[in-house]
Write a protein that binds this ligand. Sequence first.
Ligand SMILES: [Zn+2]
Length: 581
Amino acid sequence: MKAPLLALLLTTAATAADPGKPPLTAQTSASGGPLDPAQKKLRLDLADLQLAVDPEREVVNGTATLTLALLDRTDRIVLDLDRNYTVTMVSVDGVDLTAAWSNPEGRATIKLPKKTAKDATQTVVKITYGGRPHVAVRAPWDGGFVWSRTDDGRPWMATAFQMEGCDLLWPCIDYPTYEPKSVALHITVPKGMKAPSNGVLKGVDQLDDGRTTWNWEVRDPNLYGIALNVGPYEEVSGPYRSRFGNTIPMHYWYLPGEKAKAEGLFAEFAPVLDFYEGLIGPYPWGDQKVGVVETPHKGMEHQTINAYGNAYAKTADGFDELFQHEFGHEWFANQLTASNWDDFWLHEGFTAYMQPLYGRWREGEGRYLSMMLASRIGIQNKSPLVAGKPQSAEDVYEKAPGRGGDIYSKGAWILHTLRNQIGDRAFFDATRLLVYDRTDPAPGNFKPQFRTTPDFIRFVNQVTGNDWRWFFDVYLYQAALPKLVQTRAGDRLTFTWQVPGNKPFPLPVEVQVGDRIERLPMTGGTGTVTVAEGEHVTVDPMSRILKQDDAVDALQAYRAARPRPSPAVAPPPSLAPSPRT
Ligand SMILES: [Zn+2]
């Protein structure tokens, strides 16, 4: 999702558990928390979800048919599902086991009549459930259903639950690596409503009572990327002819009365696709679609149906940054998915970095650097970006001070620093290995990847032929930034890196002396230039390196001491979190 910019500019407030109603258990509120031992014996292969949405009553009723592989002997099947749903029927391979269902804390357990045989191949679990689902207060920063109305009073709803996970909508295993191969969605909506969703539209069924059922199928969906959207949408669509030879259908569903604005946003789809395909590689879901839908919440990277709620806001950077950000997650979140939320920065750091890179692609180095410097102000450095141990989404985004914002801006600045050191070719080859597991991706020759931070470090070492662990040890695994200290003796000006724990940090630095630029190798963490009397010195004149900065520290301290940001530095309302909190 997009960073709450207000939080980035001030401090990332640690919020308590999800405030929406009805309340969630701690188990359901956390996404990607520890697996139940019985879940480790399961693989979720396929899901078929029939979901009937009643926006007037704010109710959803569903039947989930899950095809599970049982990998080891087990006497129970454990899934995750919000206990706020009432479950009315459960069967396993056609046998009614409703009485064997229990779900006190959101960890839904079906006790099997007898222990399964080892490696029992496939089991079909069918669960009928429904009720008033959890409603978000401040989506997408807290998750759930968002029931809204269009200006003319018609129903308009969406879902978003990155922090809380798929168990707010359907019985799943709420852990990043438990993506099914395929999910079929059959979404029934009232007369006059449309239900754009994930993947490919297989058809729309007309029911006798005037309702319609929208049948979708999505392959390899990111678990929090499965979403419902219901509204009286209009649609603009068209083909994109890719540099890779394939043609990709593009769709945007928007609210009535916004045709000109919607067509303006849609006109950004092709150049943004061109940028990502040219810089990174093929759009991962070209066999499905590019899909965007207007939502009552800000945005979310729902796979092939990105949520867009940015009200067509304009910026001096010249493009819709919300659309461009969420769309980047099709590569960095949906194709590449973090194996554990401890690697959340692989989603947000890369996607945040794609924003100035898009500015550079459109307008050049000036725009790139201005966008980088704007994001530098918000970096907090209060917690390491990576903990090195399993984390839930909430642990990263909300509980560790500053980390929820730093996974964006600090992540982007680390990548900026790295690219400046190893060059574009190595940087983007390492990125392609991370995203596609190969440097020559083409449609059809890659699969989705689950990735860790050590994977990325390994790829950087592989493409450069050098060991860059010292770089990541400091930037990712320490909170404090490296500090470049200067000492002068006569005409000798010496620079020394100070890093936490006095770790090795031989990061080369450019120094401008008069009108010449010297690149100091900083072997052993130190380097010296000769400065004649009267010569002016500028350190890192192109701002290539993320490092401690007195001016930024002073600005953050100044802002922290003030009760409110001054109007001059407040973000535009379109980028601030909802004022409801
Ligand atoms: Zn994001």
